[in-house]
Design a protein around this ligand. Structure first.
Ligand code: IPD
Ligand code: CA
Length: 267
């Protein structure tokens, strides 16, 4: 079990490396000198995703050689003897990045067993660093972050995440149910930033029928630490497998769970 001193080092490393990686991505975003490929329909991957993931993996391995590593683009590595695992997305919002839309981020989580210990998300376009350490609160650029005090879905902004994996019926059914509550349904194209915005009180909830651990784990500890609700996403999950997710401000949690009806989603 890592000592508290090591957790402090990991928390500092997560923030510094998220920022370094985000600035590297931001330079390439502006010079536009990268190739783009597709892993599937609408599933973009750029050269920069791969380069940034390699940088993060190298930095983490130099600092914490015993730690495991799971990234969206690479093979990863298993942890040694009870050490934690870094779960990272080098660029979340890759389609935005590839299209020149400045809404993307670097997402870094550190997980021990079923517990998300650290989350760091950096949005270089706005120089915003979202951060949480389990048990110690959540912050945005060093200032405490709290979820919204919303109590009525008809005054809420709910992000409904979309990807081509779930199929049209999942998404359209979910969208209909959310809109019928009177909520404003949004989609920003970066699950990590959409969820970080729930922690910051900028959105009141987030729902997706299938999202991957690297897209959401860093933000989930932020939402919990900022006073919000997150569904039991991690329990028993392979760190490479996606699943359904709901996150919400506490005053609209029950209404959103009911409207989303993700219990019945078969993936
Ligand atoms: C995607 C984005 C999107 C979410 C998808 C993710 P990518 O990640 O976060 O908002 O809805 O589930 O796969 O492809 O931009 O890294
Ligand atoms: Ca992603």
């Amino acid at each position: 079990m890592p000592s508290p001193l090591n957790w402090r080092q990991r928390a500092l490393a997560a923030q510094a490396i998220a920022r370094e990686a985000g600035l590297m991505a931001n330079a390439r975003f502006h010079d536009r000198s990268f190739s783009i490929k597709f892993k599937g329909r609408q599933d973009f991957v750029t050269e920069v995703d791969v380069e940034v993931e390699k940088l993060i993996e190298r930095r983490m391995h130099e600092a914490f050689p015993e730690d495991g590593f799971v990234g969206e683009e690479g093979e990863g590595r298993a942890p040694k003897d009870g050490a934690p695992t870094w779960v990272i997305d080098p660029i979340d919002g890759t389609a935005n990045f590839a299209r020149g839309t400045p809404h993307y981020c670097v997402s870094i989580a550190c997980v021990l067993g079923q517990s998300i210990e650290i989350g760091a998300i950096y949005n270089p376009s706005l120089d915003e660093l979202f951060f949480a350490r389990k048990g110690e609160g959540a912050e945005l650029n060093g200032a405490a972050m709290h979820v919204s005090g919303a109590t009525d879905l008809s005054a809420c902004s709910i992000e409904v995440g979309w990807n081509a994996r779930g199929g049209a019926d999942h998404y359209l059914g979910l969208m209909r149910r959310i809109i019928e509550t009177g909520a404003s349904a949004a989609r920003g194209g970066s699950g990590a930033l959409g969820l970080a915005y729930v922690a910051a009180g900028r959105r009141d909830g987030y729902v997706e029928t299938i999202i991957h651990p690297w897209d959401c784990l860093a933000a989930l500890v932020m939402i919990t630490e900022a006073g919000g609700y997150v569904s039991d996403f991690l329990s028993g999950r392979d760190l490479r497998k996606g699943g359904p997710l709901i996150a919400a401000a506490p005053g609209v949690k029950d209404a959103l769970i009911k409207a989303a009806a993700l219990d019945g989603v078969v993936l």
